[in-house]
Design a protein around this ligand. Structure first.
Ligand SMILES: Cc1ncc(COP(=O)(O)O)c(C=O)c1O
Ligand SMILES: [Zn+2]
Length: 411
């Protein structure tokens, strides 16, 4: 039977128990899926008849059969072969898995469709999260879809406007905390412990991770090899996503659906890089960053809650972590937009910036099959994009003025 299990002492809890931390040791939990049962169910291959999406993998999800899912059509995002960007970076086999193509514009929707479905299954009528932006946008949308109350806590003034507009228009109660994300998360954790009727949907909630693991599944099914890539690169903030993707790959591997596992490669912004620093110094613990800073507000997190899972994913997969500066992030954002036509938000561009650095430093081989996950759409943060680009030229409404501006000779 599937259950919730502590990642430290392996104490087990029921799949329908509302619990966020182990009662014995206080560590975080993950879902242990009954893979034998999954193997039996998927033997017919019926699941492959459903379109590529999170719910194609319903048999792999800890949701009861009778539950109707809360969905907006998440997953099934494009995996784009990136020949031109690859040539510039010196790679022959580069792919971009563009999670900005999800309903609310980020990978969070994979987690929220499962998390909010579970919330409804458990009878919750009020959901809450702390957020650097995308989690709040996604939770607000799925709560609206489910018809339940939603509260989000965001760091005051440090969230991109597109994301704020999403949380607001979907009708969430938005509280701007005068502090950073880590402080906002402390409050929602305490609130959910104190008021049991409020269901917490940060990535500490292991049902969110279950939805996000579908990212790993999809990549394997989209690649022509029907196997995992050599390397997976993803930006890391609170570290839920890298843990989830690794879980997905491992489950596919344990089900004999793929023959190898990728090197998990996490990229953090230099001003918010506790996990990358721990990996580089071969430490099994992180030192939280008290005042995290970066232009990539989505990953401006100093005390990532899933750090242990992330360090394990990187080490177990023989992967690596790297840091990138804000300038490197913004350069990579522009490069991706102009060379491949893919507009991503700064946090997502961190994966491209990290790839560039690792190729330059000879850590990534030129012929590796690399998949970079771009986690959120560029329109989430138009202000940063506009600041980086040349201003539009104002012209008189006359043909000659337009031709002049274009450098075209008039007859
Ligand atoms: C666009 C984007 N990229 C990356 C991340 C980091 O994901 P995680 O917190 O799961 O590491 C986030 C988290 O908010 C995000 O919004
Ligand atoms: Zn425990």
């Amino acid at each position: 039977m599937s259950c919730q299990i502590c990642i430290n002492c392996h104490e087990k809890y029921g799949i329908d128990e509302i619990i966020y931390f182990c009662k014995k040791c206080g560590d975080i939990l993950e879902i242990k899926i009954d893979l034998e049962k999954v193997a039996l169910t998927i033997k017919t291959g019926d699941y492959k008849r459903a379109p590529l999406s999170v719910w194609r993998y319903r048999d792999f999800m800890p949701i009861h059969d009778a539950t109707s899912v809360v969905t907006l059509g998440e997953g099934g995002t494009g995996l784009h072969y990136s020949k031109r960007l690859g040539e510039i970076l010196g790679l022959t086999d580069l792919w971009i898995k563009n999670e900005g193509e999800n309903p609310t514009g980020s990978f969070k929707d994979r987690g929220m469709t499962v998390g909010v479905t579970k919330a409804v299954e458990l009878g919750a009528s009020h959901v809450i999260c702390a957020s650097t932006g995308n989690t709040s946008a996604s939770l607000a949308a799925y709560a609206a879809r489910a018809g339940i109350r939603c509260t989000v806590l965001i760091p005051s003034g440090k969230i991109a406007y597109g994301k704020l507009s999403q949380a607001m228009i979907h009708g969430a109660k938005v509280l701007q905390v005068k502090g950073n994300f880590d402080e906002a998360l402390e409050f929602v954790l305490k609130l959910a412990e104190k008021h049991r009727s409020i269901y917490l949907l940060n990535s500490i909630n292991p049902f969110r991770i279950e939805g996000q693991k579908s990212l790993g599944y999809e990549i394997c099914e989209q690649l022509c090899s029907n196997d995992a890539p050599d390397r997976l690169i993803v930006p890391v903030g609170n570290a839920g996503n890298i843990s989830a993707i690794w879980k997905g790959f491992k489950e596919f591997y344990n089900l004999d659906l793929i023959t190898k596992l990728p090197k998990m490669t996490g990229i953090q912004a230099a001003g918010s890089a506790p996990i990358a620093k721990a990996i580089k110094s071969h430490s099994s613990k992180i030192i939280p960053v008290a005042e995290p800073e970066t232009v990539a507000t989505a990953i401006r997190i100093g005390a990532p809650v899933s750090w242990k899972k992330a360090i394990n994913a990187i080490n177990e997969s023989h992967g690596i972590a790297e840091t990138v500066t804000d300038d490197e992030i913004l350069d990579a954002q522009k490069l991706l937009a102009q060379i491949e036509g893919i507009f991503v938000e700064p946090a997502s561009a961190a994966s491209i910036a990290g790839l560039r650095k690792l190729v330059r430093n000879g850590i990534i081989n030129k012929d590796e099959r690399v998949v970079c996950v771009t986690t959120g759409h560029g329109l989430k943060d138009p202000d940063t994009a506009i600041k980086m680009c040349e201003k539009p030229i104002e012209v008189d409404a006359e043909m000659s003025a337009i031709e002049k501006a274009l450098g075209i000779k008039t007859n």
